[in-house]
Design a protein around this ligand. Structure first.
Ligand code: GLY
Ligand code: MN
Ligand code: MN
Length: 467
């Protein structure tokens, strides 16, 4: 099991206690999850909040923090001889707990006693939103509410406390994320070199780069998106044969052995050379990516950077004859959302969309910055003011989505800003996205990890050496 030193976990729990007025904080770790029959399980992934505060990367554990008594517990059952036959010898719960600075460990039966006593005494029991059916049932059993009402008892106070702590990355976490980006470097340069050879099927490349992640750290941080139909934003089908004239999007990241994520996108011309049409759109997205990164600093709202990226993209699309009119007016009208109907980015850490399970608005917005309801802009996951220690993605894109183009054209939507006759000729273009992982520093930003080729010249140079 890979762990930081125990002070890291003690310190995190201490900080959390200072954010919560009173009560017990209940963190249910993950169990194994079955795939197609009970004993055939998915790769185990510990819950990220449990990992963050309790570190132990093993199933069937529950962590409790008693805020009033300033006491931390791990509950779990030690393995028996049958388990040892199948799993090999395992450290005791007591020994594992000591590694994360916890001296109170006990059985799961005694967890039930602790909680039923607390309920009788009328103490508050805080827990986070469950995202697995098993957890809803477990919470229902432990706390005596119907599974369908569990969500009504989630603690907003605990959510806010966890977000406040987890969103400021520690040095040890930043080092892990940089490792994850370095794995992504290998994944993406391999993908580029493989895309230099038209005629292969996408899955050959997707499978190869997933293997790189597994070989260098952990599993991929989310299912790989790799497609010559990048206009479908989360396209997990890998059945297309790649052909000259197509752009291929690869959106992929790795988890390290400590489960920190990277999330990188690169888009390349199949065959290795951009044609003029591809160059113009690619350069517009690249300029949006670079200018957005350069604008990152503490105190600025990420929503502002999202609209800055939109402006740079529109400037490029006007130059290419795809859009027209005044840049600022086009962005104010949100005409760019035909081409970029998603947000500029999100926070990243132990989860690739960090803490998204705690509610996107609780993570990306606050009382000062409220989420837009407008088409496209509503998908911006991070809108609020940036702070030093945030790690986030910058991922502008430009997509030609035939169904959306047809819809807007039929409605004559934003025809002051969109040259529909020209856009018609781009319906076979696909999409482009360029995504990097950035740390907000005290004075500005730092692009994390080994720089992954992204200028036209850099991409063509990598692809000149096909695999
Ligand atoms: N990997 C999905 C995203 O970029 O957010
Ligand atoms: Mn991505
Ligand atoms: Mn992303």
């Amino acid at each position: 099991m890979h762990l930081f030193d125990k002070e890291t976990y003690i310190n995190r729990r201490q900080k959390l206690k200072s954010e919560i007025k009173d009560g017990l904080l209940l963190f249910i770790g993950n169990e194994e999850a079955s795939f197609n029959y009970p004993a055939n399980t998915y790769a185990f992934r510990q819950d990220s909040n449990f990992l963050y505060f309790f570190g132990l990367d093993l199933y069937n554990l529950v962590g409790v923090i008693d805020v009033d008594a300033d006491k931390d517990y791990i509950f779990g059952n030690d393995v028996d001889i049958d388990d040892i036959i199948w799993m090999g010898p395992q450290p005791s719960i007591k020994d594992m707990s000591a590694k994360v600075g916890i001296s109170n460990s006990d059985t799961l039966t005694n967890l039930e006693t602790l909680l039923s006593d607390a309920i009788k005494e009328g103490r508050k029991i805080h827990f986070l939103p469950p995202y697995r059916g098993e957890h809803k049932l477990q919470l229902s059993g432990l706390l005596g509410m119907k599974p369908c009402s569990v969500k009504d008892y989630v603690s907003l106070e605990l959510i806010r406390g966890v977000v406040k702590i987890r969103e400021i990355k520690e040095e040890v976490e930043i080092a892990e994320i940089e490792k994850a980006v370095d794995i992504a470097y290998e994944m993406h340069t391999t993908s580029m070199r493989m895309a230099a050879k038209p005629g292969r099927v996408e899955r050959e490349i997707a499978g190869t780069i997933e293997g790189i992640s597994l070989a260098m750290g952990g599993p991929v941080s989310f299912p790989i998106i790799l497609s010559v139909h990048g206009e479908t934003l989360h396209n997990h089908h890998h059945d297309n044969t790649i052909e000259l004239g197509q752009m291929m999007v690869t959106d992929g990241g790795a988890e390290t052995t400590m489960h920190y994520a990277s999330d990188i996108t690169r888009t390349v011309p199949v065959g290795g050379k951009f044609n003029d049409r591809q160059k113009a759109v690619y350069q517009s997205v690249l300029d949006a990516n670079v200018k957005a990164i350069e604008a990152i600093k503490p105190g600025i709202e990420y929503r502002e950077i999202h609209f800055l990226a939109a402006k740079v993209l529109v400037e490029g699309l006007i130059k290419a004859g795809i859009m027209k009119g005044d840049v600022q007016a086009a962005v104010d009208a949100e005409a760019h959302t035909l081409f970029m109907p998603h947000g500029l980015g999100h926070q990243m850490g132990l989860d690739v969309h960090d803490m998204e399970g705690l509610g996107e608005d609780n993570v990306g917005y606050n009382e000062k910055t409220v989420r837009s309801k407008n088409f496209g802009t509503a998908y911006l996951r991070l809108g609020k003011e940036l702070k030093p220690g945030f790690v986030l993605t910058v991922e502008p894109g430009c997509y030609f989505i035939p169904a959306l183009i047809d819809k807007w054209k039929a409605e004559n939507k934003h025809s002051d800003f969109i040259n529909y006759d020209v856009v018609e000729t781009y319906k076979d273009f696909g999409g482009i996205r360029i995504e990097d992982d950035i740390l907000v520093t005290e004075t500005g930003y730092r692009v994390l990890g080994k720089p992954i080729p992204k200028t036209i010249e850099e991409v063509e140079a990598v692809m000149a050496n096909p695999l």
